[in-house]
Every structure is written in structure tokens, then in C-alpha cells.
Design a binder for this molecule. Sequence first.
Ligand SMILES: *Cc1c(COP(=O)(O)O)cnc(C)c1O
Length: 334
Amino acid sequence: MSLIDLRSDTVTQPTLGMRDAMLGATTGDDVYGEDPTVRQLEQTLAAQLGLQAGLFVPSGTMSNLLALMAHCERGDEYIAGQLAHAYKYEAGGAAVLGSIQPQPIEMEPDGSLDLARVAAAIKPDDFHFARTRLLALENTMHGKVLPLAYLAEARAFTHERGLALHLDGARLFNAVVKLGCTAEEIGHHFDSVSVCLSKGLGAPVGSVLCGDESLVAKARRLRKMVGGGMRQAGVLAAAGLYALDHQVQRLAEDHQRAHDIAEGLEALAYRVEPVQTNMVYVDMGDRATSLKAFCAERGIVITAAPRLRLVTHLDVLPEHVDTILESFAAFLKA
Ligand SMILES: *Cc1c(COP(=O)(O)O)cnc(C)c1O
């Protein structure tokens, strides 16, 4: 029985076309800057985002860490949402490794940060305080897309307040496909953008941090420092290039699948949050653990959580939707 794994879009297997691209990749030692495929990936993504340069890194966690450390010095502070991945789910790396203090603030229901709240959190220039240096946003945030108008406001605000603006765009292309815009329409608002290749884009490994030349040069030094300098990494970068060429527009299918699952669950009287991209959130309360076991017997893998998250991706096929809905229907009767 092939499993339907709804825990995350990180579980995708490299497609055959992607494996072929990896097999055929031209490589070199990227620490010497000699891997043409890595360079091509970095330049391609930076150009798509309207930024000067890119840096290929093993993970989104490292990408965010390098961005924060490149923008902020020891004793500086960054502002991020309470639920931001960079703040909450990255083991406190910026604080531990960069001596950068996080200032988390409550998030709005649409995944944005209220700029008035951000303004109130900025520390005055006074030796009692850490120096507020950067605002970090996330897009998509729990599957929600930040409106382009909000990004423009955040850019104007951070310029006015002298803050850098970073985007954790792990799922930036889900936002691009949902809005029907270009990556540049999102990317050009930011000083740095991190994009994951290993989520919905379906590559096995890797993220790219993009920004201007000087920021990326600083991040490149930091990447070596934290052990992220990779050698013949072109085999991995080739997967990322293949994803950018072949697996972006298909994200719309993941969004459709998530929409279909949400609609079906609502018809079964589950309480489902509105779906924008590839994530369905279901209010399961204390039934989540028993649902997980019930699903496991039917070949469906989920993470038990009261606010249950179901994530669609390229290995969740159209015919799986019925299997999922049948199992959730049977669970109600069990
Ligand atoms: C997955 C994710 C990351 C980190 O990526 P890893 O490659 O798992 O380290 C960062 N931010 C967001 C929003 C993510 O979803």
C-alpha cells in the first residue's frame, strides 16, 4: 500500500525528470565557487526575485540564520511573528549562534504583522536597549498569502524606520502561483529572501538566500562558518533548477487538492479554516490522536495536533482525495 503522507510538503520524492537532471549535472567544488550548476541556480533565482545575488544552502533554517546574522550584529534585535518559523521552529539559532535577540509580536489572522504593533516594538536608540535592526516576514504563513499591498506598506515602513526587511519565503512560489504574479513582484520589496526548494517545489535538499551582493558575500562567509559550504553540490542544485523550470506552475494542483479536501471535510461537518494554498487546517480538539491512529491503518499519515494541518504536494494524487475523505467520514462513525 502506498502511503498518503499529509504531514508536510517536505516529504515529496524527487520525480524521474528531476533525478535525470541530477544525474546529468555539471559539477565543481562550490566552496571554490567552481560549481556551474550551483551558480546557475543562485543567479536564476536571484534574477527571478529581482535581487542581485543568491547563495545555495542546505536548508531553510540555515538560510534564515545566515540572513539574520548577515543583517544583524551581536546585540542587535529582529522583530518577527510569534509563530514565525525563524523565531519558533529553528532552535533559537539566531540567538544562540548570532547573539541576536528576537522580539516576537502577535500575528494577525491573515499571517501579517500589524505595522503599528511593529512600530511599538522598535526600541529607541538608548543604551538600555538592544538595537532593533530588522523585520522578518513569512510568506506563505500557515498557507496564507500576504497581499502585495501589505508588502509595499511593510517596505515603506521599514525604509522610514531604518530597518532591513527579510522574507522567509520557504513557500514563496505557492504565493506566486496563488496571486498569479511574478516572484519579482514579491521579492523586490525585500532586502533578503529565503526560498525553500525542498517543500512544494519537490527538490530533495536545499534553499537559496537572495539579496544584494554585499549581503550575500557576508552570508557566504557565515555559511562556511556554520559548516554549510558544500562541494560538488551541483547534483543538488540541478534538482532545484529542474523544480524552478517544471514544478512551479503545478503548485496550482496542490492548491486545488487542498481546496477539494477542505470542501469535502466541511461537507462532513468538520471545522475547517479557509484554504488559500496547499494547507488545510482542521479543528480536531482532543480527537487528533485517535484520528492519527485511525488514518494510519488506512495508509494516511498525519501529525496529531488539535489544530490539525493537512499539507498537499506532488505525491498527493487526485485519486487520493476520495480515500482521504472516506477515511475522515469513517472516523466520524467509528
Ligand atoms: C520548512 C521551513 C523553513 C526551514 O526549512 P528547513 O529546510 O526545514 O530547515 C523555514 N521557514 C518556513 C516557513 C518553513 O516552512
